[in-house]
Design a protein around this ligand. Structure first.
Ligand code: FE2
Ligand code: FE2
Length: 188
């Protein structure tokens, strides 16, 4: 399906807010790609597809996950909301024929992150967090950091996520910390 076809599909099947979020991610992903010397069209396509499985019922997510071949960990199974990432990658492949491994990796890891993930996955992880429809204290600062470089933004975002979960007594996914450490090592 063409890019326009995918946009039409998403427009017709998502709530207005979700569609706006997706298009926000597309736009920021495109900007970050230009800034980092990555293919803009590929980044925008990943942004367009990243939440493909968002909003599916847990039963459906688990069913599709079983078919997908993606391996998930125990925390992802305990927090079904996280499963829309690997299932989204599966739907991008099966529904839209997207087999670009970097796009599939970006969709699969946009929730929990991964210390090994490549540039496109890093771009989508950041774009998902800072896209223009989001607003919370400290976000403007992170947007400015992202304008200067990927790693500094990732350190700030993962730090925020860790603090946010700890303050609320929630589980922190270890990948968030591993991703943060990998960025700290790259920058020092
Ligand atoms: Fe998502
Ligand atoms: Fe998202």
């Amino acid at each position: 399906m063409s890019r326009v076809g995918i946009i039409e599909y998403l427009k017709g099947s998502r709530s207005n807010d979700r569609f706006k979020h997706i298009m926000g991610v597309v736009s920021v992903a495109g900007q970050l790609a230009r800034q980092e010397g990555y293919d803009q069209g590929r980044a925008e396509l990943a942004g367009l597809l990243h939440d493909l499985a968002k909003g599916l019922a847990t039963v459906q997510l688990k069913e599709l996950l079983a078919q997908s071949g993606w391996v998930v960990d125990q925390i992802e199974m305990e927090v079904p909301e996280l499963l829309h990432a690997p299932v989204g990658a599966y739907l991008a492949l099966t529904k839209f024929g997207i087999n670009d491994p970097e796009i599939l990796e970006a969709i699969r890891y946009h929730t929990i992150g991964s210390p090994e993930m490549g540039l496109l996955a890093r771009i989508i992880y950041i774009a998902d967090y800072i896209e223009p429809n989001r607003s919370f204290p400290g976000l403007e600062e992170i947007r400015n950091l992202a304008g200067q470089g990927i790693e500094a933004a990732l350190i700030a975002i993962t730090g925020n996520i860790i603090k946010y979960n700890i303050e609320r007594g929630r589980i922190v996914h270890p990948n968030t910390l591993l991703l943060r450490n990998s960025c700290l090592r790259r920058t020092t």
